[in-house]
Design a binder for this molecule. Structure first.
Ligand code: ZN
Length: 167
């Protein structure tokens, strides 16, 4: 397992209060607002206080160069990012399993996709050499990395091993 810390800029989230056990911070995928959601309401279809979009839609959220760092730094829920590209066959093959995993693991784990063609600087910063590459983030830090496509059972197993068991 590769447990190098994420780049410095992904590590700067405010730490005080982040581990409040009654609520967690969830960054809206649409407008980037950091929302504090009571743990008991995570499964209730919580909406962003700013733009009213669903915070935990149960499907992969799309990250961009503009939203990536904020999501990684300010999310209290585990975040699993699929570094992919449209031209990559194995990435397209894994996409349905990734969507099913997102539905299966909501709301406790968030799954996200980053198009490496659209955000090459982030792919470079994380030293992504082949895609698909999955990186699991917890509290702003990389905790696990996997290169190569996984089917649904292996995907669930990998996330369970590296993310859910570490909460
Ligand atoms: Zn929003």
């Amino acid at each position: 397992m590769d447990s190098r810390p994420a780049a410095d800029s992904a590590n700067v989230g405010p730490q005080t209060g982040a581990r409040d056990r009654d609520s967690v911070r969830v960054v809206c995928a649409h407008c980037g607002t950091t929302n504090r959601v009571p743990v008991t309401r995570l499964a209730d279809g919580a909406k962003c206080g700013q733009c009213k979009q669903l915070l935990l839609p149960g499907r992969p959220i799309e990250l961009t160069g503009a939203t990536f760092d904020r999501q990684v730094a300010n999310s209290d829920l585990p975040l699993v990012v699929d570094f992919w590209a449209a031209w990559c066959g194995p990435c397209r093959m894994m996409a349905p399993a990734f969507e099913q995993a997102a539905a299966r693991l909501a709301p406790g784990v968030r799954l996200a996709k980053l198009d490496t063609e659209a955000a090459p600087d982030i792919a470079t910063r994380f030293g992504i050499r082949g895609i698909p590459t999955l990186i699991a983030f917890l509290n702003g830090r990389e905790v696990a990395r996997q290169s190569g496509a996984l089917d649904l059972p292996r995907l669930l197993d990998w996330i369970g091993t590296h993310v859910q068991s570490r909460r």
